[in-house]
Design a protein around this ligand. Structure first.
Ligand SMILES: [Zn+2]
Length: 307
């Protein structure tokens, strides 16, 4: 199992294992799409491997590869559900309380921890306060602010950073299916350190749509609004909203850093930009129609750029 990036976390984990001072709960947090889940899978494999290093050869590693290791239990938001339930957390803790089937550790991998509801978080807290010997909880969280401080304070906190562009390029060109070489530069740029966010560009139709969109909004102040409107009408359903926003915002970064003097104009620009950044959330929160609401935000931003 290959982990790209996150070398410091891996090194700390290895040395804690070697020194037998491993904390019973590791909380891996950082933005979406940077490989936290893969990192957690790697740590689980190291814990369960007979050689303690994800050797790939031993009985434990072979069971893991076959998806059938009895001492690993995974959980996270289930398909079609809004949050991680108390029932799910109780199952995980119940699993940890049983003795190991293979005579080693019991490992739990909890993904999407930011989506635990209050009851689930309380149940997890109880488990963290009364750890079971030889058990390790690996918790993956994309928004640590949403976890209660009481949960955070009982975990070993590992901040996971976005990858650098070279690492992103490596991930995107070696994954299966790889992103078409023609779109790789665009994908690396849009990923901004989080290759998981541009997985959809494995689909050439989506990659092509994003490329066209990027060209249309590259110079928003002088863009052809009619063509933007036409693109939105025909393609918006195809492309994740977050990536549409990135395409709009990224070309504006240099201009935002070079503002001199005119504070009112700068403030108006930031406000218009915030409207665009908020748009994907607003569509969900207020059940807006995606196309017209995006166009409205873009026109505001364009007016602020031209002011
Ligand atoms: Zn092994």
């Amino acid at each position: 199992m290959e982990v790209v990036g996150h070398a410091a976390t891996l090194a700390r984990f290895r040395s804690a294992m070697a020194a037998q001072t491993l904390h019973h709960a590791w909380l891996l947090y950082g933005v979406k799409g940077i490989g936290k889940r893969t990192l957690a899978e790697k740590l689980a494999a190291m814990l369960l491997c007979e050689e303690q290093r994800d050797c790939g050869q031993c009985h434990a590693c072979k069971m893991l590869a076959a998806g059938a290791h009895p001492d690993l239990c995974r959980s996270g938001v289930l398909e079609g559900k809004r949050d991680v339930s108390i029932q799910q957390v109780r199952e995980l803790l119940g699993f940890l309380a049983l003795s190991s089937a293979e005579g080693g550790r019991r490992v739990v991998l909890l993904d999407d921890a930011e989506r635990m509801n209050q009851q689930a978080a309380n149940a997890l807290l109880k488990g963290l306060e009364e750890p079971t010997a030889e058990s390790v909880l690996l918790i993956v969280c994309a928004d640590i602010e949403r976890l209660p401080a009481t949960v955070r304070s009982r975990c070993m906190l590992e901040s996971c950073a976005p990858l650098d562009d070279q690492q992103v390029r490596y991930v995107l060109s070696t994954q299966q299916p790889a992103i078409d070489a023609a779109y790789l530069d665009l994908a690396v740029s849009l990923a901004d350190g989080a290759p998981g966010l541009v997985q959809c560009m494995q689909d050439k139709q989506i990659a092509q749509a994003l490329q066209t969109w990027g060209e249309l909004v590259a110079d928003l102040a002088h863009a052809d609004v009619g063509r933007i409107e036409a693109w939105i009408r025909s393609q918006i359903k195809l492309v994740p909203h977050a990536l549409l926003v990135r395409s709009v915002v990224q070309p504006l970064a240099p201009a935002l850093q070079q503002q001199h003097g005119d504070y009112a104009r700068h403030a108006a620009l930031l406000q218009a930009l915030e409207g665009v950044l908020r748009w994907p959330g607003d569509v969900v929160r207020h059940t807006l129609r995606a196309g017209p609401s995006l166009l409205a935000q873009l026109l505001k931003l364009r007016a602020a750029l031209l002011a």
